[in-house]
Design a protein around this ligand. Sequence first.
Ligand code: G3I
Length: 381
Amino acid sequence: MKYLNRRQFVSRSSSLAATVAVPTLAGIGCTEAKMDEADLSAKESIHAQAKKGGLQFGAAILASQLKNDRAFREAVIRECGVLTHENELKWATLQNRENQEYNFSKADYIVDFAEEHNMAVRGHTLVWHLGYPKYLDQTVNPKSGRDIMVAHIEELSKHYAGRMHSWDVVNEAIDIKYEREDGLAETLWFKAMGEEYLDIAFETAHKADPKALMVYNENGLVYGRERHDKKRKAVLDLLKRRLSNNIPLDALGIQSHLSIGQHPFERDKFVGFLNDVADLGLRIYITELDVRDTHGPADIATRDQLVADEYKRFMEIIVDHPAVDMIVTWGLSDKYTWINEWAPRLDGLPARPLPLDHKMRRKKGWDVIVESLEARQKNDL
Ligand code: G3I
């Protein structure tokens, strides 16, 4: 499968943010020596560096963070060319009682903000087995499930038709804990419609918004344990089966929630998987990148270095793969990360998983992301 090169594909896939004129480091005499604060300002932003190489970079955020935190808002405007709603487009955030009118106000704020700042928007997510209103547990069944799911997809897709770069149409359909041969998660949607719920979801979303790119989003695909091997195979097999039905599917979203000291990283396995996905004719988006430091040392300098090392190992592969078009981190600043709620450190210290610290200062993780993007640009894929 001959890959489109990045520049050919990027012009096809979305209206990118306006070109950002960025002074090259060489142009202002920066050396390889350690950057001090002044030098770092010469590196315009992750988004600007990514854009120079035909990649899009952004982050998942909450409307409240943009509205209420000026420093964070300015950091988002500087560093991002793409925004994803962390929670505002989840069903339970839009509606929590049956027949209640959807409240799009928070989600609209993010889409309006993105358009005002010439950023693309990724819709997350149309069909998932979490983040939905609990009344669905009583109402979704084999007789009603299709109509309920279709109505929800149409409600969101039509509301934003023409404004979304892409939708995570289905999120996390595979979960090997169900020990099924096909690896499918036995969710309320699967129980109601079988595996075909994916086809129905993609076809409904594409019909409601033909301009948006259609993405299947999944976690647990990066590392080298047996369970990651099984998940990569199950995802590839699922994609092949659905694509054989000619569903409108443009890209695989690889969430990429990394962690320090937890799992072996086997480069060949991951690169081989990226190649297999690309051979299906799909593009690849990194959709939820962060590095969990829950089990890392307390010392900040040591922990930040370990997080940066994990970003570097991952980014060196990503920036060099011609099928990858986008990198989105799950949050931008340590001030706002899901990890403090979902995987808190035993010592109670705040997590430091993201490129900016809680005061929006660039960390070593920021450095290695930008440096890997610079290296990619030199390779000019
Ligand atoms: O807004 C309500 C609030 O009104 C209520 O008082 C409070 C207590 O129950 O809950 C609040 O909602 C929480 C929501 O985040 C907003 O903070 C939910 O309980 C909580 O479950 C939800 O967690 C989110 C989680 O997805 C589940 O939707 C995380 O913030 C979010 O980072 C996480 O993101 C997921 C992606 O969508 C899919 N991939 C994995 C990723 C990380 O788990």
